[in-house]
Design a protein around this ligand. Sequence first.
Ligand code: ATP
Length: 207
Amino acid sequence: MRTGIYGGTFNPIHIGHLIIADDIRIQCGLDRIIFVPSGNPPHKKDQFIIDQSIRYDLIRQAISDNPHFMVDDHELNTKGYSYTIDTMSFFSIKYKDDDLFFIIGADCLYEIHVWKDAESMISRFNFLVAQRRNNPIDEESFKAIPLPNNLKNKLKQGIVNTPVIDVSATKIRDRIRQGKSIRYLVPESIRNYLEENNLFQNNGGVS
Ligand code: ATP
């Protein structure tokens, strides 16, 4: 089985995540995509992050009508920070007969070199890279990534020509805070939940 692992904070899940996961699954011939919400992301310490069990539940709701999508709470059960290399090692044991692919947006491409054990992670695992606005994947930017060429080439091979969906969780949170509508930027059930629970409306001004 060909399995995509889609890690992220999902604070909250939005249509960008869903469209990209669907597009990559179909283009790359994956059998399933497993969404893996992070428990305690090391690089997002200063943001308001909704409770992990709620982020998990919102993903569950958002993907419920797609038989190829699953959610896994592995990182939520992990004490301390979650690192992609550890998560991928875990899934490579759990699904030892699968071909695994870790899905990232192009924004991650330019910071992946600071992820834990980046070089060993990229050489051990496969990555699929989605297009993202403001993060063009061109030769110049690629050249500047401080990684050995063989690893950069490996990442390059994982680039997928996905549509550019200009939605981020930051944008969703900002719009809620500014009293703007998030209709159609997240699935309707997610919008209802966020509104009914006043999430992101007043969290001390952090994003
Ligand atoms: P934030 O704005 O809070 O940083 P985000 O919208 O980037 O959040 P994450 O949960 O951090 O969402 O992202 C998980 C993964 O999904 C990352 O690899 C990110 O690059 C990717 N991603 C998120 N939104 C998009 C999008 N619109 N298009 C392509 N990839 C995306």
